[in-house]
Write a protein that binds this ligand. Structure first.
Ligand code: CA
Length: 297
């Protein structure tokens, strides 16, 4: 295993490789495995720490995010909508088409709330602004539009008390917060948690720790930032790949922060300087993550 220190951060390469756009890491606390996707390649990877074998499901179209289902298997936000996936057979069943008439859009980041609803949004393939939306998929597979005029629907997460939801529309260069109605799955009172300067990179995927602080990956910034529930920047973890995409807590006591990255779009020179671009990184932290929920009632 390759490891090292980079700007005072101790990290290791959990899984080497050059994903085009590694994304959507989730920890399966039942099997002790990490799952993540490669969006444009349409792949879902699964790996157990301490081993080198990665098993892969070929989705057959871009896959933006996945979540574990309480009944087994996965729910996924694929290019064309919400799909159910059997992990054993790899069978992919598109159950709820989303924006199927808009071939220029695809689904992107997604995550489950504490009540087992899966939230995922869309974006234009050419990153045209304002044409995406955020959707909520309920356990009975009904789809509700939650937000419109989204540009690149990205990081999602909930405070440990389930009263606040965080959301990133990447080009807005900010993490937004909403009051969250956990019983009905509704949002209100949108406000800015933190603005992120353009030079620091574009906010992408996020996760929340057990103290309620938000960890956000910075695409183009080569860093993960930790923000307090009041929006103060309190920590920065730098890693040797500029295009960091998302992060989640896993491992023993859920204190390992797993970070996905991308190699897509790097020049030949950048690839030489970033031999780990596309790898899955692991950073050991003092604070554990808040458990991520599963889909289903
Ligand atoms: Ca993303």
């Amino acid at each position: 295993m390759t490891g090292g220190r980079h700007d005072r951060t101790t990290f290791d390469i959990a899984v080497a490789g050059s994903a085009e756009v590694g994304e959507g890491p989730i920890w399966d606390d039942v099997t002790g495995e990490l799952l993540w996707v490669d969006i444009p390649a349409g792949l879902i990877h699964r790996w157990r720490p301490g081993t080198t074998a990665v098993s892969t499901i070929v989705v057959g179209q871009p896959v933006g995010a996945i979540a574990l289902r309480r009944s087994g298997g996965l729910v996924a936000a694929v290019r064309d909508g919400f799909a159910l996936i059997d992990q054993k057979s790899g069978k992919v069943e598109l159950r709820c088409p989303v924006e199927i008439d808009r071939v220029e859009n695809r689904m992107n980041d997604g995550k489950c709330d504490g009540a087992g609803r899966f939230w995922a949004g869309t974006m234009a393939l050419d990153s045209r602004p304002g044409v995406g939306s955020l959707y909520r998929l309920d356990p009975d597979l009904t789809v509700t539009t939650i937000l419109t005029e989204v540009s690149i629907s990205n990081g999602l997460g909930w405070a440990p008390d389930d009263r606040t939801m965080y959301f990133v529309d990447s080009p807005a260069q900010a993490i937004d917060a909403f009051d969250f109605d956990a019983e009905r799955g509704l949002l209100s009172n949108r406000r800015r948690l933190a603005a992120i300067e353009v030079e620091a990179g574009m906010p992408d995927g996020l996760t929340v720790d057990s103290a309620g602080f938000v960890w956000v990956a910075l695409w183009g910034g080569g860093a993960i930032r930790r923000y307090s529930p009041t929006g103060d920047l309190v920590d920065t973890v730098r890693l040797p790949a500029t295009q960091l995409t998302s992060c989640t807590f896993g491992g023993p006591e859920r204190r390992d922060l797993y970070v996905t990255s991308a190699s897509r779009g790097l020049s030949a020179g950048e690839r030489r300087r970033q031999p780990h671009a596309g790898a899955l990184f692991r950073v050991r932290l003092d604070v554990p993550g808040h458990p991520v929920a599963r889909f289903g009632g």
